[in-house]
Design a protein around this ligand. Sequence first.
Ligand SMILES: *[C@@H]1O[C@H](CO)[C@@H](O)[C@H](O)[C@H]1NC(C)=O
Length: 204
Amino acid sequence: MTSSKFFLLTTLISLVASQAMASDPSPLQDFCVAYKGSLANLDKPMDTTKSKAGSNVTLVNVMKLASLNTLGISMARIDYAPRGQNPPHTYPRATEILAVLEGSLYVGFVTSNQENKLFTKTLNKGDVFVFPQGLIHFQFNPSYDKTTIAIAALSNQNPGAITIANAVFGSNPRISDDVLTKAFQVDKKAVDWLQAQFWENNHN
Ligand SMILES: *[C@@H]1O[C@H](CO)[C@@H](O)[C@H](O)[C@H]1NC(C)=O
């Protein structure tokens, strides 16, 4: 075999090999799913009466469903009380696609600096909306008497929810007043009041 033919052959082989690698990057994907094929359940309405925000997010991530390990997806059911909301939050590792199953939702997200442009929409039953990865977003049930149910899919097995108010005003230990007074352009009293509130976690 001439050296140029040999070069061509090895290039072809490595190309095929790398393509096989790309479509099956980890044997964990076979073994974990087959072995740990557990089941999660999102059929039950969740309690929204105890939540100050009036919502209950049931996230099926890799901690709940071990089979999701390495697969890059997860799912959530969100129940909203009348006038309830899922307060401004972000998933640093996932884009979210959400469908309304029952009721309606006023949703929005804000783009990054410098624009900080707000996109909003009122969704009705069957409508689908997407929240791009990392952007701060929220959902609010505008109805005074009807609950809303939504199902969301997320592009990571561990999306890592960050609720903005909880992280900023409810951190443990608290962020210094010197930082928050300037950051929010308010006085120390306002910061102390916000820090004294109970910042619940509405994610289960
Ligand atoms: C969500 O609902 C479940 C089941 O009804 C309940 O156990 C849980 O405390 C609720 N979570 C919140 C944040 O209200």
